[in-house]
Design a binder for this molecule. Sequence first.
Ligand code: SF4
Length: 164
Amino acid sequence: MLDILKQIARVGIVAGRRQAEAAPGDAAADPELRAVGRAPCMRHVDAGSCNGCELEIHALGNVYYNIEASGMKFVASPRHADLLLVSGPVSRHMREALLRTHDATPAPKRVVAVGDCAIDGGIFDAGYASCGGVADVIAVDATASGCPPAPEAIIAAIERALES
Ligand code: SF4
């Protein structure tokens, strides 16, 4: 119990800290939040990843990054989306689904390739089961490199995509 109390005293309250560093709507205070301030609706497509990138994408919604408090949100349908977050190499059996999802997203639409696999196929590369990176199937506006990329890198890539 004492160890837990020491930990709390040392770390403090993490939840909301990032939001407190830049007040919601104060885009100029935090460049990473400029995109969030524009409140894009996003659809995530796992085109064949190992799920490592998904963990980092999911972290965007936790109490630390708390992106929904700033307006950005995930939507269930590409028809409601401004932007697609695509992770993983594009597996052969997900190629058609990715193309249809991209077609269903209304213009102007943006695409962010999340993770090294989405950028160029990563450790999976192209082969009998993989088409390679997302750009080999649909146009990509920005990339978040890393295996997996940190949530900050994903947010920065979203910002670049919206500015493209
Ligand atoms: S970039 Fe890394 S974490 Fe993301 S899908 Fe590829 S192997 Fe998995």
